[in-house]
Design a binder for this molecule. Sequence first.
Ligand code: OGA
Ligand code: NI
Length: 349
Amino acid sequence: MMEEKPKFKTVQEVVAANEGLPERYLQPLTDDREDQPLNGPVPEMDIPSIDLSLLLSSSENGRQELSKLHSALSKWGVVQVMNHGITEAFLDKIYKLTKQFFALPTEEKQKYARDIGNVQGYGSDMILSDDQILDWIDRLFLTTYPKDQQHLKFWPEVPTEFRETLHEYTMKQHAVIEQFFKGMARSLDLEDNVFLEMHGDNARMDTRFNMYPPCPRPDMVIGAKPHGDGSATLLLPDKDVEGLQFLKDGKWYKAPIAPDTILINVGDLMEIMSNGIYKSPVHRVVTNREKERISVATFCVPSPDKEIQPVEGLVSDARPRLYKTVKKYVELYFDSYQQGLKPIEAALI
Ligand code: OGA
Ligand code: NI
């Protein structure tokens, strides 16, 4: 991994210092921007809501959900999932605790500050070069699963319910992802457990709490630069404030706001496993002048010892193998990501 530069202010600290907008956050002007300006209107994407409770049922309804899932993941690489078994009240609690954490005084949050060069903990976008253009985002990043990989020193003790709620959320998400991976396998006519097995016994979950403060120049500054997620992601986008956009055929579309659903994104590694049938969608977050925006993303990371490659059943003469075998992809991923490159391109044959 490239070496990180010394500590830089979080966006919240930049805003509090009231010294104007540092140049390091300004995006260069590109042709792309004239076509679809950063803060311009974008159409909404037409992704379906998948009923998770039906996905593994052998009824006609179940088959319908599987075919909806197949078409949405081939087209967009992301779906909304409903009837996932997590109550709206519980999701509300996650949002509330996230907001409360980021609203704490700087000194309180700094107790959980990440170390330079490490992702775990609270802090700014990781800064790897002097000319890196910064994203308008602060984060709290925590490994949540398995338990023996948790670093509790980074887990907020305030708000008081934060830790126990995150434990509970992790277990609930684990159940969701298991069902979802089985459904994905079924939608490709594969054995239910193929994707679970590819993730391995030491699969990990990392949760990233994202905070995008109000930004004085949404036309010039980006919340999260365009990227594909390294691995499958469960995302709770802000319930009120838009900002998340997905790229398809060179055009940006905004994600719908649907408070009771979870967005599940295929990510690069599942694109590789599915031999490119399911796409890892490129997405970005734009900023908002008046409102802060929060989101909670959980990444499902395969065991580090697992070799990831296209599932055998998805490779044929008609559909040749598209990707090399990769290992520890997520580590390799960070370097490319911060250089604004598409990490998955390195995996293409
Ligand atoms: C991410 C991400 C989207 C959002 O954390 O990888 O894409 O809505 N977040 O904040
Ligand atoms: Ni993402």
